[in-house]
Ligand binder design. Structure first.
Ligand code: KG4
Ligand code: ZN
Length: 375
């Protein structure tokens, strides 16, 4: 089965062709980073217009690379939400127009489910169930992934997402957008011993699996004001201290989640999963504490069409989600219509019975601390 994936929820236009028998055949991406950089963040209207310009040329590029025709497609997968409404509409309009013209089903995919399953595109993909750390520009969540379409929220950020904290801190240090990769690069220039600047590790020892990053960003802001104007050396040292604090908290909570669930398989996905220091720390913890950790292939950490096509393939093949996915696509096509979901909670994908159980478990968990077995 050949599936086209289309991602256009924010500032990347991503298209890909995934074959259920032969794997990923092609993927093509256009990042709008250069266009938005002048504004210090994503400008939604500019994002939508650029998706319109890019989507068909990228589709042709994928078809050429995979040596396939548009008529070879068996299904079209598209990010249905969450994301910027105008940007989502571009991808969905193209997907449904193609589906209508070809008489093929269109499958709306949750962007975070795409990220969540993307590590399974790696050669060392783990079996279900596993714990997933989802760290993107808009989300920071720890999840127990029982199988495709069955996700239990273990903890999440109470304020800023990890990527957002990287971006805001990078801005304080005079770096451009997106800040994560730039900050990580600056941190490599630091010659400082670990404690030149000490930043807080928010909620590392809270008795739950939640995060909070806004205080960390405020601590950097105070440091920057106190030492201004900063030398290049100080900027690098502060970047390094920030990255260390982030990595301590993210890796620490992953280990706590594994102890809490009793699972020994971890996957890390979303833009921040590209961070080298985070990977090194988790790899080390995995080795010393006897769990496995898996990341998406490097090129598929940030937004892309491959994870959307792959998530659709996984859903269609899933005993839990398959029938519901096919029914949704059939209803849309019978109605000649489609919807986008700019706001969409991932827990809505999980069957209602499981959601009730998760909610009950979450309620009882708030009354007791998670087990912290392996530290
Ligand atoms: O998943 P993603 O591409 O988009 C969203 O769905 O949000 O994640 C983008 C985020 C940005 O905040 C970016 O700064 C961060 O991922 N990011 C990184 C790195 N690469 C991307 N953060 C830290 N280190 C990196 N190497
Ligand atoms: Zn994303």
């Amino acid at each position: 089965m050949l599936i086209l994936g289309i991602e256009s929820s924010c500032d990347e236009t991503g298209l890909a062709l995934y074959d259920t028998a032969h794997g990923l055949l092609a993927h093509a991406l256009h990042s709008q980073v250069d266009m938005h950089e002048a504004y210090g963040g994503v400008v939604p209207e500019l994002a939508s217009r650029d998706h319109i310009r890019r989507v068909l040329p990228l589709l042709r590029q994928c078809l050429t690379e995979a040596q396939r025709q548009v008529s070879d497609l068996d299904a079209i997968a598209v990010t249905q939400g969450p994301g910027l409404a105008g940007a989502l509409l571009v991808g969905s309009s193209v997907a449904h127009a193609l589906g209508f013209a070809l008489g093929k089903p269109v499958i709306g995919i949750h962007h975070l489910e795409g990220h969540l399953l993307s590590p399974l595109l790696s050669a060392d993909a783990p079996a279900f169930p596993f714990v997933a750390l989802l760290v993107s520009g808009g989300h920071t969540q720890l999840m127990r992934v029982n199988q495709v379409g069955d996700y239990e929220l273990l903890g999440e950020t109470l304020d800023d997402a990890a990527g957002e904290a990287f971006d805001k801190t990078a801005k304080l240090l005079g770096l451009g957008y997106p800040g994560g990769p730039a900050l990580a690069q600056l941190a490599t220039q630091s010659q400082a011993s670990a404690n030149t600047y000490t930043l807080p590790r928010p909620m590392l020892h809270s008795k739950d699996l939640n995060f909070s990053f806004s205080g960390l960003k405020t601590a950097v802001s105070t440091l920057v004001k106190h030492h201004s104007p900063l030398t290049q050396e100080q900027r690098a040292d502060i970047a390094c201290a920030f990255e260390e604090a982030m990595v301590d908290v993210l890796a620490g909570k992953c280990v706590q989640s594994l102890a809490h669930t009793g699972l020994q398989r971890l996957v890390v996905a979303g833009g921040v999963s590209a961070n080298r220091k985070l990977r090194a720390r988790l790899d080390h913890a995995a080795q010393t504490q006897g769990f496995t950790v898996c990341y998406p292939p490097a090129a598929l950490c940030t937004d892309n069409g491959a994870m959307i096509a792959f998530a659709a393939a996984m859903r269609l093949q899933s005993p839990v989600a398959g029938e519901k996915t096919e029914r949704g696509a059939a209803e849309d096509s019978a109605a000649y219509g489609f919807t986008i979901k700019p706001r969409w909670d991932l827990s809505e994908l999980t069957p209602s019975m499981r959601r009730d159980m998760s909610a009950k478990r979450a309620r009882s968990k708030t009354q007791g601390a998670p087990r912290t077995g392996k530290k």
